[in-house]
Design a binder for this molecule. Structure first.
Ligand SMILES: [Zn+2]
Length: 383
């Protein structure tokens, strides 16, 4: 009996956790876009790669980089190049304006300013995402669900965009670099290393997520104009513990008028906002805004959020009434509402659900596979 267990154990190691592949997938994250100068430093030695020549070694300390006539310049060294890569030593971390990052830092120019990109290995990137998206004190299974969602989202974005850079703030994930890391977060990322969600066709899904849905998640088609069988309205009674679940916003007619004038030109003195249609998840789809002179404008509610500010009009799950000279919004949840509801995931984890159950609930019809590279199709098989 004893001897027969050995080959079974070896098989488990070979095909189970032990076979988990090392993924060589780099993510490029835009850290700064447009500054005229940036200071990069390290407590350990680092190297400067100028492209054509051998990398230059720097003992340690600060290097100030400036934008100069469409080039990247290091005045103190008399260097000018179209782009400069900073490469850390084996155990070193590079600092950008005092914040630490793993991986390489690339500085190039964009218009008259600099663009600063962190090129980092996927799993290490996730250390800096999960710790920024959620608190490390949250239950481990919620952190693991976030790690799989964020990994899937990052790869989906990378494979769908040239160069895989995050440029659009709405589409991007929060990323805090090394400063956002913690033991709990690294454990959650490591425990799910390489795991991504795919649909029945084996393709990565656009794994959107948000802070709290307010009672029901939203379809991706309503917010992002992309239909997915895995991003559909799901009833979620689990995020009611979110401290900001009910929110209020008072906007004066003057404030709203200024916002509209800035976006669309002309003079605006709005006297009425009415929701025109609701989505399947009871969110406002479109609103009509009437001006004092009778002029009207019809807006998507998601565009209204963008105009007013995503942190002020916190969701499209709202009602609005006019009282005196003020528009009073009352709403539920925070965020676009598509995919995993983070506060719901937290509650499900507290109730003892595993990360696979949590992901299966918010992204129905998906399965988790090990990512081993490719063009959107995981080749590791399901497990
Ligand atoms: Zn929810």
């Amino acid at each position: 009996m004893r001897r027969s267990l050995v080959p079974i154990l070896l098989m488990f190691l070979a095909f189970g956790m032990g076979k988990r592949p090392r993924i060589e997938e780099k993510i490029r994250v835009v850290l700064l876009n447009g500054p005229s100068s940036v200071t990069i430093s390290s407590k350990k030695p680092y190297r400067l790669d100028l492209g054509s020549l051998d990398p230059l070694s720097v003992a340690s300390g600060k290097t100030r980089v400036e934008a100069k006539e469409g080039k990247v310049s290091i005045p103190e060294r008399g260097i000018e190049a179209s782009s400069i890569r900073f490469l850390p030593s084996e155990s070193g971390l590079l600092e950008v304006e005092g914040r630490r990052y793993r991986g390489a830092i690339e500085v190039s120019t964009a218009g008259r300013g600099l663009i600063v990109v962190n090129e980092i290995e996927l799993e290490q990137y996730l250390y800096g995402v999960v710790g920024k998206e959620l608190s490390p004190q949250w239950p481990k299974e919620a952190l693991k669900a976030q790690a799989v969602a964020s990994r899937t989202f990052a790869l989906w974005r990378k494979l769908g965009s040239k160069g895989g850079e995050y440029l659009d703030a709405l589409m991007a994930q929060a990323y805090g670099g090394y400063e956002a890391e913690s033991e709990e977060v690294r454990d959650a990322v490591d425990a799910t290393r390489g795991e991504v969600m795919v649909g029945e066709d084996g393709m990565l899904i656009p794994a959107f997520f948000h802070t709290a849905c307010g009672g029901m998640t939203e379809s991706s088609e309503e917010v992002f104009g992309m239909r997915s069988p895995h991003l559909i309205p799901i009833v979620c009674p689990y995020c009611s513990g979110y401290p900001g679940n009910i929110w209020f916003l008072s906007l004066t007619a003057r404030e709203l008028g200024d916002v509209l004038s800035k976006a669309y030109g002309g003079a605006w003195d709005p006297v009425e906002i009415s929701p025109l249609e609701k989505t399947a998840s009871a969110r406002v789809r479109r609103v009509v805004i009437r001006n004092r002179d009778g002029k009207e404008i019809v807006l998507k509610a998601t565009d209204l959020r963008k105009l007013i500010g995503y942190n002020r009009l916190r969701s499209t799950y709202f009602d609005v009434t006019k009282i005196g000279n003020e528009f009073d919004f009352v709403g539920m949840g925070f965020g676009h509402g598509v995919g995993m509801c983070q506060w719901g995931a937290r509650r499900l984890a507290e109730e003892g659900k595993g990360y696979r159950e949590i992901l299966g609930f918010y992204y129905p019809g998906t399965r988790i596979i090990l990512w081993t590279g490719g063009k959107g199709i995981g080749e590791g098989g399901s497990f």
